[in-house]
Design a protein around this ligand. Structure first.
Ligand code: PGA
Length: 251
């Protein structure tokens, strides 16, 4: 049984005020709710990792980074290593988000190196894949996902130490979501590929999240799709009530 994971990606949003208050609100709700049947995770911008981590302390909500460098340390001005994220209290890190792939030209090989660095530092990488609108229209969605997966997954390690996020680029921040049928097809394809790449048992244990305009209004439908093990939530994670409602929609 794969436990669902609801991950909030704040992207480049949030100052200490109101970011810390948002985290505190969610932590209070989580503490009051008692044990949850799913995992909650917040990935704030790097300057907020420490204060948000403090606000989450004692709650069941985890902390994650939005990106890491593939090297352990060195002359890489402006970058953050996986070890630094771990030191700041993170348990997870997003790698290969489509905004990183597009804005920073990150290749599949770079994403793989980052995922491997994350694992070496004891973090769980959430490896993001997904096709653009043009690729989907051209009928290449599954082929693109296949290329990304076969070149950006870390090469070794336990399935419990890895999460995949399927995020069709055209659904991110647009209010358009993939249909449950599209999501089911993509997730089944990803799991079959994972079985080829990592073996049947590992593929069955790995969590595959859906991301792209997940909101309280569509969360229940998307989270009920076979093979969907959670959600990667951007915009709606910036509102405590909305993010909480998405978690509560886990079947
Ligand atoms: P969105 O972003 O929920 O705002 O579409 C999702 C993501 O990019 O992780």
């Amino acid at each position: 049984m794969r436990r669902k994971l609801i991950a909030g990606n704040w992207k480049m949003n949030g100052l200490r005020d109101p970011g810390v208050a948002l985290a505190r609100k969610l932590a209070d709700r989580a503490r009051a709710a008692g044990p949850l049947g799913y995992d909650l995770l917040i990935c704030p911008p790097a300057p907020l990792l420490i204060p948000v981590g403090e606000a989450l302390r004692g709650s069941a909500i985890g902390l994650g980074g939005q990106d890491c460098h593939n090297e352990r340390a060195g002359a890489h001005t402006g970058d953050i290593s996986a070890e630094m994220l771990e030191d700041a209290g993170c348990g997870y890190v997003l790698v290969g988000h489509s905004e990183r792939r597009a804005d920073h030209g990150e290749s599949d090989a770079t994403v793989r190196a980052k995922a491997e660095a994350a694992r070496a530092a004891g973090l769980i990488p959430i490896v993001c894949v997904g096709e653009s609108a043009e690729e989907r229209t051209a009928g290449r969605a599954l082929a693109v996902i296949e290329r990304q997966l076969s070149h950006s997954l870390p090469r070794a390690g336990e399935p419990s130490g890895l999460v995949i996020a399927y995020e069709p680029v055209w659904a991110i921040g647009t209010g358009r979501t993939a249909t449950p049928g599209d999501v089911a097809e993509a997730h089944a394809h990803i799991r079959a590929l994972l079985a080829d790449l990592l073996g049947e048992a590992a593929a069955g244990a790995l969590r595959i999240l859906y991301g792209g305009s997940v909101k309280p209004g569509n969360a229940a439908e998307l989270l009920a799709v076979a093979g969907v093990d959670g959600a990667l939530v951007g915009g709606a994670s910036l509102d405590a009530e909305h993010f909480w409602a998405i978690g509560a929609a886990c079947p």
